[in-house]
Design a protein around this ligand. Structure first.
Ligand code: BG6
Length: 487
C-alpha cells in the first residue's frame, strides 16, 4: 500500500471520531499498517482550523490510550487538515477536492460520521465535485449507522448512495462485525468438527442473545429519542449476531459467500405484524436507580429527552427462524441501557437428557448444558455441564470448561474499528453489510415499528437503573417454561 492515501471524515468534530476512529487510526499507524503517506482530512461545520483539529485529535488519542500524561509519538497528526463547511455548501467540496489534488492523493476513503440527516447532502456534494472518481487509485465510502430509519428511508438512502458509488465501493459499517469474538463465532462453528453437528433444532432447546450496557443515553438524546433500542441496537448489531449464530456454512470465506448465507437467515425470520409483534416483544424504559454504587437519573430526566417520551431503552424479543435447521427453536434477544452489567453474549442452551437417572431435580433449570460465547467484556467461550460432586450420594454440580482470550493469547483483542478500517483499505467487504442484508433487516424491523405505532402505548413499563429490565420481562420468557440467563 505504498500510495498517497487519505481518509476524509465528514463530521470529524463528533464523538465517533474522538472515541473510535482516531484511536483506531493511531494504532494502525503505530503498527505501520497505514499506506504511506497518509492524510486525514476532516470536514465539518464548526469553526476549527488545522491546528485545532490536530489538538483535538491529539487529545482524543491521549484519552483513549490513557497514557497517564506520557507523550506518545503523534507525528502522523502533521498530515491532518481541516475543511470548514456546511454540508450543503458545494464550495466546501470544491475546496476538499483542491486539497486532495494538491496532496496528490491516489486512494481516497470517505467516512460518513456526520449526523444521518446530512448524508444526502454529502452524497450530492461528492457527486457535484466529481469526488467519487477522478483519482488514480481506489475511491471507497464507509457509511455509519443508522442506515435509514425504516425500510423505505433505507431504500431511498441506498438508491442515492448508488447514484454516486457502485456497490463494490460501499462499506456499510456495523462495528460489531469487527469484534474478534464476533468473527470467532464463524471460526468456532466452521473450523471445528465437533460443534456443528450439535448446532440445530435436534439438540438445541433455545438461544439467548444479550447485549447489556450500564451506560445511559448520555448526551445522545437528540439521536436516541428517534431511535430507541430497536433502531440503535436490534436492527443492526443484534440481527448481525443472530445471522452469524444461525447461518449455514458458506461455500467459501469470501464477502459474497458469507453474506449470501447471512441474508437467508434474515429472510427466514418469521415476520411479526400487528398482534404478533406485540406478543413477541417487550419494551421498557429506565427510571432512576443505582449503577456501580452511584445513583443515576431516569431516562425522562436525561437532557434532551421529552417528558412524555415512549422511546424504549430496553427491549426483549422472541424470534423464530423458519427453516430446516431452526424450526421451533426460539431465539430470545435482549438489550438495554442502564442494566446492571455491560456484557454481550450468545448462549446456546441444549436440550435435557431424555431420562433423568440421577434423581437430579431439573437439569435444564439448575445445571443446563450451556454453550456461552462471551463477546465482551470477558471474551471467551464456556461450556457448562453437570458433573458428579464428590461423595457417596449422587449429587450433580454445574461445572465449566472455558477458553479465555486474554489468558490464551496474552492480550485484549484489538478494537473493532481498527480491523474494519484496514479491511476497507484492503477492499475486503466480508465484515460489512450488503444492501440486501440491510433491506431484509429493515423489512423485519419495520413491521414491528408499525405495530407499535398502531398500538400507540402512552407509557412503557419501567425498570430501575441497575436492574435486569421491567418486572414483566421474566414472565415474558417464563410463559415458554424458560428463564433468562443474567450473567
Ligand atoms: C452503538 C450504539 O452502535 O453501539 C450505542 O449506537 C452503543 O448506543 C454502542 O452504546 C455499543 O458498542 P460497544 O462496542 O461498546 O458494545
Amino acid at each position: 500500500m505504498q500510495n498517497s492515501s487519505a481518509i476524509v471524515i465528514f463530521g470529524v468534530t463528533g464523538d465517533l471520531t474522538a472515541r473510535k476512529l482516531m484511536p483506531a487510526l493511531y494504532h494502525l499507524d503505530r503498527n505501520s499498517r497505514l499506506p504511506q503517506p497518509f492524510f486525514i482530512i476532516g470536514f465539518a461545520r464548526r469553526q476549527w482550523s488545522d491546528q485545532i483539529l490536530r489538538q483535538q485529535l491529539r487529545q482524543s488519542i491521549r484519552i483513549a490510550e490513557d497514557t497517564g500524561g506520557q507523550e506518545t509519538s503523534l507525528a502522523f497528526l502533521q498530515n491532518c487538515f481541516y475543511i470548514q463547511s456546511d454540508f450543503q455548501d458545494w464550495e466546501g467540496y470544491r475546496r476538499l477536492k483542491q486539497t486532495l489534488v494538491e496532496k496528490q492523493i491516489v486512494n481516497v476513503l470517505y467516512y460518513f460520521a456526520a449526523p444521518p440527516d446530512a448524508y444526502l447532502n454529502i452524497l450530492e456534494g461528492i457527486k457535484l465535485a466529481g469526488l467519487n472518481h477522478d483519482f488514480p487509485g481506489w475511491v471507497r465510502v464507509v457509511i455509519e449507522k443508522p442506515y435509514g430509519r425504516d425500510l423505505s428511508s433505507a431504500m431511498n438512502l441506498d438508491q442515492k448512495v448508488h447514484e454516486v458509488f457502485s456497490e463494490d465501493q460501499i462499506f456499510r459499517i456495523d462495528h460489531y462485525l469487527g469484534k474478534e469474538t464476533v468473527q470467532n463465532i464463524l471460526v468456532f462453528r466452521f473450523a471445528n468438527g465437533i460443534f456443528e453437528p450439535l448446532w440445530n433444532r435436534r439438540y438445541i432447546d433455545h438461544v439467548q442473545i444479550l447485549m447489556a450496557e450500564t451506560v445511559g443515553v448520555g448526551n445522545r438524546a437528540g439521536y436516541y429519542e428517534q431511535a430507541g433500542v430497536i433502531r440503535d441496537i436490534f436492527q443492526n448489531h443484534l440481527l448481525q449476531l443472530l445471522t452469524l449464530t444461525a447461518m449455514e456454512a458458506p461455500v467459501a470465506f469470501t464477502a459474497d459467500a458469507v453474506r449470501d448465507e447471512k441474508i437467508k437467515v434474515l429472510q427466514a425470520l418469521r415476520p411479526y405484524k400487528g398482534e404478533d409483534a406485540l406478543i413477541n416483544t417487550f419494551r421498557g424504559q429506565y427510571v432512576s436507580g443505582v449503577i456501580d454504587g452511584k445513583r443515576v437519573i431516569g431516562y425522562k430526566d436525561e437532557p434532551g429527552v421529552a417528558i412524555n417520551s415512549t422511546t424504549e431503552t430496553f427491549l426483549a424479543m422472541r424470534l423464530f427462524i423458519d427453516n430446516w435447521r431452526w424450526a421451533g427453536v426460539p431465539f430470545y434477544i435482549r438489550s438495554g441501557k442502564r442494566l446492571p452489567k455491560s456484557v454481550t453474549e450468545i448462549v446456546i442452551q441444549y436440550k435435557q437428557v431424555p431420562l433423568s437417572l440421577f434423581g437430579w431435580r431439573n437439569m435444564a433449570g439448575d445445571a443446563p448444558n450451556l454453550l456461552i460465547l462471551c463477546i465482551q467484556p470477558d471474551e471467551g467461550i464456556t461450556l457448562t455441564f453437570g458433573a458428579k460432586a464428590p461423595g457417596p450420594i449422587h449429587q450433580i454440580a454445574p461445572v465449566n470448561m472455558s477458553f479465555d482470550y486474554v489468558s490464551t493469547f496474552g492480550s485484549e483483542p484489538p478494537e473493532a474499528y481498527e480491523r474494519l478500517l484496514l479491511d476497507v483499505m484492503m477492499g475486503d467487504a466480508t465484515l460489512f453489510t450488503r444492501a440486501d442484508e440491510v433491506e431484509a433487516a429493515w423489512r423485519f424491523t419495520t413491521n414491528i415499528l408499525e405495530a407499535w405505532e398502531q398500538a400507540g402505548l402512552k407509557n412503557l413499563p419501567v425498570y430501575e437503573a441497575g436492574t435486569w429490565g421491567p418486572s414483566g420481562v421474566d414472565e415474558f420468557i417464563q410463559r415458554d417454561g424458560r428463564k433468562w440467563r443474567n450473567p
